[in-house]
Design a protein around this ligand. Structure first.
Ligand code: DX5
Ligand code: ZN
Length: 221
């Protein structure tokens, strides 16, 4: 299966965002992953809806907005208005995850829930039917360029099994430390969307990096 590639803007040159996005769009990416951090849920700050809105007219990529915010419910309408196609919220950050998922759908976006590496899949039990994607973190959120946590592989496999067993259609996205060398293993475990920051924007040739990630999928049975 050829994966969807979602380059993470976090690793791009922030002084040249428009050109960086054009390079991955021309390079064959389908999505753009936008990491929003508040300095509370994660120990880092990035950018807000203003930057997302400024970039929206310059790209046809699917905007995959990953909210690493401690109160994501306060910003759903802002990110929807800014042009988000998908909005991911962390189960660890939401007191009322079901309500937030409905809020995302009502705002016209596709809802996804994200799980930190140490959060059990059981947190999804009563929400899985209501989401269009599950984002499994394969590093602890907060920073780009971290090393992939191999202990998450069985979790990817278990979620893919659950999807098959329950005949659900949500997409399975993985985020953190994904490189062409690791892509084959996560795709084999059942991942369908690969977020890649450093592996794409850290490479001199973005198109070649995207092709290498896709090739990991096409070489699989
Ligand atoms: C980490 C972010 C990731 C990050 C991935 O908190 O959610 O999206 O940008 O970067 P790499 O691919 O460099 O690990
Ligand atoms: Zn992310």
């Amino acid at each position: 299966m050829i994966p969807i590639i979602a380059p993470s803007l976090l690793a791009a040159d922030f002084a040249r965002l428009k050109e960086e996005i054009a390079a991955v769009e021309e390079g064959g990416a389908e999505w753009l992953h936008l990491d929003i951090m508040d300095g509370l849920f994660v120990p880092n700050l990035t950018f807000g809806p203003g930057v997302v809105a400024a970039l929206r007219p310059h790209s046809r990529l699917v905007f995959d907005v990953h909210l690493m915010l401690s109160r994501p419910e306060n910003f759903i309408s802002e990110f929807a208005a800014a042009g988000a196609d998908w909005i991911s919220v962390h189960v660890e950050a939401c007191h009322h995850i079901h309500r937030v998922v409905q809020q995302i759908r009502a705002a016209g976006c596709r809802p996804a829930v994200a799980l930190n590496p140490a959060t059990s899949l059981s947190a999804l039990e009563y929400i899985l039917q209501d989401v269009d994607m599950v984002l499994l973190m394969t590093v602890n959120p907060g920073f780009g360029g971290q090393e992939f946590i191999p202990g998450v592989i069985p979790k990817i496999r278990a979620l893919a099994d659950l999807k098959r067993r329950l005949k659900l259609n949500f997409l399975l996205e993985v985020d953190g430390g994904i490189t062409p060398a690791i892509a084959g293993e996560v795709l084999g475990a059942g991942a369908e969307v690969l977020v890649a920051g450093s592996a794409v924007f850290g490479a001199p040739d973005r198109a070649r990096a995207i092709a290498a990630l896709k090739a990991a999928g096409s070489s699989m049975a």
